[in-house]
Design a protein around this ligand. Structure first.
Ligand code: ATP
Length: 293
């Protein structure tokens, strides 16, 4: 058995809401596993059950083959979507306070290096930028040197630069061998960081696998985008064309052959765009609605 955590037939009901509606998956040791889905899909609820914070309505979570127990709490770290930090504390004091809560702790200097905190150690936690605050919260999640760390939408609200920097830190955490389970609604984040993802919609997993492989299985290699108006009148549309918001999409493994075909029928190629299909396209294909709502 190489999996660290296993979720079986998980259901979590709230009054009038099936927040999690029968979810099963396994996370292997050392993996970065992503729960991807739009707002309200059930990602946080699933994570909270895995963290032992919420009790499932039915179903099971097993860690190393056993039900979650007190030792489990000591071997995981959690970065919540929102965490209140103590006022009038510096980053350094905040780290010290959290270190005191655990029997086992990560090496302090290594943690400061890993989360890039050296330059802000003496800064008041109320004065931190969004990215700096997330770095401190990551360090707090890792303070007990966990085997498994949960990151709930760790880059939501960060600007693109800070988001990319944070991805670098998560890659560093993985290099140490820590297993990561994260939620996100940024497909780019999932594509870059995750070995395995489960796409959740309405409390159910609608696709699971390696993000690159999932997209490759669902689509030819490239998408050709053309304005609908670029298509010559009187010529029938290709049978695989998808029309969306004034645009026409064609899928192709052989881009040059497809372009030659478009030229032959007299399509106006001046505004043509070629893209690589991604998880956003996959989500749209599976559900008929966009990932980010
Ligand atoms: P987001 O990306 O917005 O955080 P999510 O995918 O994490 O969304 P959840 O927060 O797990 O989704 O919510 C799933 C569903 O359960 C939503 O419809 C939400 O409104 C509902 N829900 C969550 N927590 C509660 C609660 N404590 N009581 C009632 N309904 C809840």
């Amino acid at each position: 058995m190489n999996h660290l955590i296993e979720v079986r037939d998980l259901v979590r009901l709230y009054p009038g809401v099936r927040a999690v509606d029968g979810i099963s998956f396994r996370v292997e040791r050392g993996q970065c596993f992503g729960l991807l889905g739009p707002n309200g899909a059930g990602k946080t609820t699933t994570l909270e059950v895995l963290e032992g914070i919420q009790t499932p309505t039915s179903g099971q979570v097993r860690y190393k083959g056993r039900p979650l127990d007190r030792d489990y709490r000591e071997s995981i770290g959690i970065q919540f979507q929102a965490t209140a930090l103590q006022d009038f504390q510096t980053v350094n004091e905040s780290l010290t306070m959290f270190r005191r809560l655990y029997r086992r702790t990560a090496d302090r200097d290594e943690l400061i290096g890993l989360c890039n905190l050296a330059e802000i150690l003496n800064r008041d936690t109320r004065k931190l930028s969004g990215g700096q605050r997330q770095r401190l919260l990551l360090a707090i999640a890792l303070v007990n040197d966990p085997e498994l760390v949960f990151l709930d939408e760790p880059t939501t609200g960060l600007d693109p630069q800070a988001r990319r920097n944070f991805w670098g830190l998560i890659e560093g955490v993985r290099r140490r061998g820590t297993t990561v389970i994260l939620t996100t609604h940024y497909m780019e984040e999932a594509e870059r960081l995750c070995d395995q993802i489960a796409i959740i919609d309405d409390g159910r997993i609608i696709a699971e696998g390696n993000p690159v492989a999932l997209v490759r299985e669902a689509f030819p290699a490239r998408t050709i985008h053309l304005p609908e108006s670029a298509w010559p009148s009187g010529v029938p549309l290709p049978s695989d064309a998808v029309l969306r918001e004034g645009e026409m999409e064609l899928f192709s493994d052989e881009v040059s052959a497809r372009l030659a075909e478009l030229e032959r029928v007299g399509a106006d190629l001046s505004e043509l765009r070629i893209a690589t299909p991604n998880l956003e396209d996959l989500f749209l294909k599976l559900t008929g609605h966009a990932l980010r709502t």
